[in-house]
Design a protein around this ligand. Structure first.
Ligand SMILES: NC(=O)c1ccc[n+]([C@@H]2O[C@H](COP(=O)([O-])OP(=O)(O)OC[C@H]3O[C@@H](n4cnc5c(N)ncnc54)[C@H](O)[C@@H]3O)[C@@H](O)[C@H]2O)c1
Length: 348
């Protein structure tokens, strides 16, 4: 049987609606314009001037200031949600109720409880929800994760992740939702660090058992969320994972992931280009599941293929529950000062 996306051998372009015409949506729209399989059918933002500028820049024919109106009036094959974190859950439910697949920006929702509801509702209704943890499609990260998954490094003893980025006050002023716990759910850990948490949990293939963490507000003491988070995760295998996520570095540093196994070491850095060096081993060659020059481009194309061709997407919603479970355990630990249990999710 032909799917709704196919007919007479010609596949129509995926009709995509973009919701939230802010920072990341600009990059994604640019890449979508380069993708011959995607048509930017409509965009939506509550800020009228931003909406119109965005539509003009990316030649998007229909604009909406209301998400609900867009869903009701526009025939869409999928939506891309790039709005503040506190809006993710409700918008996902609205899409699921209308059987519209969604690519939602990370984190899937602001809290684990919200994420569980979304995942179970999406399963009930048979709607595909993807979370844009695009580092899984980064060439260096993909090679590293596959080497771990294939056992090339042997038993993993420990990993270290360092995200040392630089932000100034305008980051919070231009998008004030970043500054509030109610709208963001947290600071650099949930907003930036969660990318690399997702990646390491995917590579190791299991969620941590315990988390021990601390957070601090050092540079931006006038906002509610942390600008530095550090944690140690205890994995069921006995391995330890150390993560540091910071927005206060005086100079922006390359992202670094180091994974130490019994047979070898994998060292990832995203500068000058994404790359993993291996010490002590030569892992089997692997190919990224989709082509493209940038992880975001590949993630978008993989989403299109998931919707139109049912080719697997690397980060379906249910796989991201453990990321939120881990983040919540780290935040709890930062409050209690104790090692906290990570509420495990049974993810396939
Ligand atoms: N994947 C990545 O690398 C990456 C990078 C940056 C941000 N993000 C994520 O993308 C999301 C958006 O972040 P951003 O930095 O682009 O934020 P932003 O503040 O730049 O953009 C958010 C946009 O949403 C709009 N908006 C707010 N309420 C709305 C509503 N009810 N309906 C429609 N539009 C509404 C705002 O007006 C704004 O234009 C977040 O989940 C963030 O964590 C992901």
């Amino acid at each position: 049987m032909l799917s709704r996306y196919q007919g007479a051998g010609v596949r129509r372009k995926l009709q995509l609606g973009i919701v939230g015409c802010g920072d990341i949506a600009g990059y994604l729209a640019l890449l979508a314009r380069l993708n011959p399989g995607i048509a930017l059918a409509a965009c939506c933002d509550i800020a009228e001037d931003r909406l119109q500028r965005f539509a003009k820049r990316f030649r998007i024919p229909y604009t909406f200031q209301s998400y609900e109106a867009m869903l009701n009036e526009q025939a869409l094959d999928a939506v891309y949600l790039a709005v503040p974190h506190h809006l993710h859950a409700a918008m996902l439910h609205q899409a699921i109720d209308r059987q519209i697949p969604a690519l939602v920006e990370k984190p899937i929702t602001r809290t684990l409880a919200e994420a569980r509801d979304v995942v179970s509702r999406a399963h009930e209704r048979g709607v595909k929800i993807a979370v844009n943890y695009q580092y899984r499609y980064d060439s260096g990260c993909f090679v590293l994760a596959r080497a771990v998954q294939q056992g090339a490094l042997g038993r993993i003893y420990h990993a270290r992740i360092n995200l040392a980025w630089r932000r100034e006050m305008d980051y919070f002023q231009q998008a004030s939702w970043h500054a509030s716990l109610q709208t963001s759910g947290g600071g650099t850990l949930i907003t930036q660090g969660s990318h690399l948490l997702d990646l390491i949990l995917w590579a190791l293939g299991e969620p941590p058992r315990y988390a021990y963490g601390s957070t601090a507000r050092l540079k931006f003491s006038q906002v509610e969320v942390e600008d530095l988070a550090q944690a140690v995760l205890e994995m069921p295998s006995g391995a330890l994972v150390q993560i540091s996520s910071a927005l206060l570095s005086p100079r922006e540093r390359p992202l670094q992931i180091e994974i130490y196994g019994e047979r070898g070491i994998g060292l990832y850095s995203d500068r000058p280009w994404p790359r993993t060096r291996f010490l002590g081993i030569r892992p089997p060659r692997v190919r990224l599941p989709v082509g493209g020059v940038h992880a975001l481009q590949r993630s978008l194309e993989a989403f299109r293929r998931w919707i139109q061709e049912d080719a697997p997407y690397l980060t379906p919603a249910e796989q991201t529950l453990n990321v939120l479970a881990t983040i919540e355990a780290i935040y709890r630990s930062a409050r209690t000062g104790r090692k906290e249990l990570v509420e495990l999710e049974n993810c396939e």
